[in-house]
Design a protein around this ligand. Structure first.
Ligand code: SF4
Length: 326
């Protein structure tokens, strides 16, 4: 049987990764901007380890079937193409290199269970080089430093955390359920365990009212953590979310695209980190990427140059959010 579940979301950097669904939905489910609420994200479900392993074996069978077909047809140098054609994006000519565990907070699992799943993944796919997952800062804080180290030793390479903002007022407004102090502590603890850390920033989530404190507070938290990656996302108010209702009622006033770039400039300028800054999401306006602090001047220059361009040129790039996708 080659049926297996896949997580509904994953970071863009994991688009070619083996996607393993270890839990379903989110243990929090209250962030007002999160379109996960549309999929009933409030109902966390823990899957049985045996069911997860069955899925992993089913994916292995799928890969073996493609490899066998390639061998029988003298096409071993085209395994990747064949796999993509069969919607198997995670198989390359050299095997499976990267994997992602979903859904939104795998640390909610018992450490023994998560270790068992990760070790089984490496055993089943010996070419694996990286296993990553999403996690909530609050859940990470419930794990001891020893547990996090154990997960790292088992092969958990990276955790993706949604910081969104480092400002406590905005964190409260979006009902993130975590304070900035907890964000800092969780980030530091993950880094100390040896697990690589990717923090996501949500540009525009302070709206017109709090854009400045959002940028400054976020820089403050990121400076205290110094994560391996800072990934920028731009707010899209998706119909069906509580944030969308606040936009419609006028309670939340969104920034204009130019306002978003002004906010991003303030954030980048205030960063004092050694992180890789990444804009790898379709929601972002400018491709601001680079290793900090070296790339800071170039990124700021790019924003300034863009903002100085004639309005009609700028506007042709700054599409309203209705034309972008979450
Ligand atoms: S923690 Fe993440 S998945 Fe859960 S509600 Fe918040 S943004 Fe959505």
């Amino acid at each position: 049987m080659m049926q297996y579940e896949s997580p509904p979301i994953r970071p863009p950097s994991e688009s070619r990764s083996l996607l393993v669904r270890a839990t379903r939905y989110c243990p929090w489910g209250r962030c007002i901007f999160c379109y996960g609420v549309l999929w009933d994200y409030r109902k966390l479900e823990l899957r049985q380890v045996e069911d997860i392993k069955r899925d992993i074996l089913a994916m292995k069978s799928h890969a073996d079937m493609i490899r066998r077909w390639a061998a029988d047809n003298n096409a071993e140098d085209r395994i990747e193409q064949l796999a993509i054609r069969n919607n198997v994006l995670w198989l390359s000519n050299e095997g499976v290199k990267t994997a992602f565990i979903g859904d939104s907070d795998s640390l909610v699992m018992k450490v023994d269970d998560l270790v068992e799943v990760i070790e089984f993944m490496y055993k089943t796919f010996p070419t694996l080089e990286r296993v990553t997952s999403y996690a909530r800062a609050k859940t990470a804080l419930k794990k001891t430093p020893e547990s996090l180290k154990r997960l790292h030793e088992a092969g958990l390479s990276r955790l993706h955390l949604g910081l969104e903002t480092g400002d406590d007022q905005v964190l409260k407004f979006i009902d993130k359920g975590v304070t900035s102090a907890e964000m800092i502590e969780a980030g530091r603890r993950i880094r100390e365990s040896g697990i690589s850390l990717s923090e996501y920033v949500l540009l525009g989530i302070g709206g017109q009212q709090w854009w400045q404190r959002h940028a400054e507070g976020t820089a403050r938290v990121l400076n205290a953590i110094d994560p391996d990656f800072i990934r920028a996302r731009t707010l899209i108010a998706v119909p069906g979310t509580p944030l969308y209702d606040k936009v419609v009622s006028g309670e939340f006033k969104k920034l204009t695209p130019a306002g978003i770039l002004k906010e991003e400039r303030l954030l980048i300028d205030a960063l004092d980190v050694t992180s890789e800054f990444v804009s790898d999401h379709v929601s972002n306006y400018l491709p601001l990427n680079g290793k900090l602090p070296e790339a800071k001047a170039h990124m700021l220059q790019l924003i300034d140059k863009f903002m100085a361009a004639p309005e009609e040129v700028r506007d042709s790039y700054l599409q309203p959010e209705e034309l972008r996708h979450p």
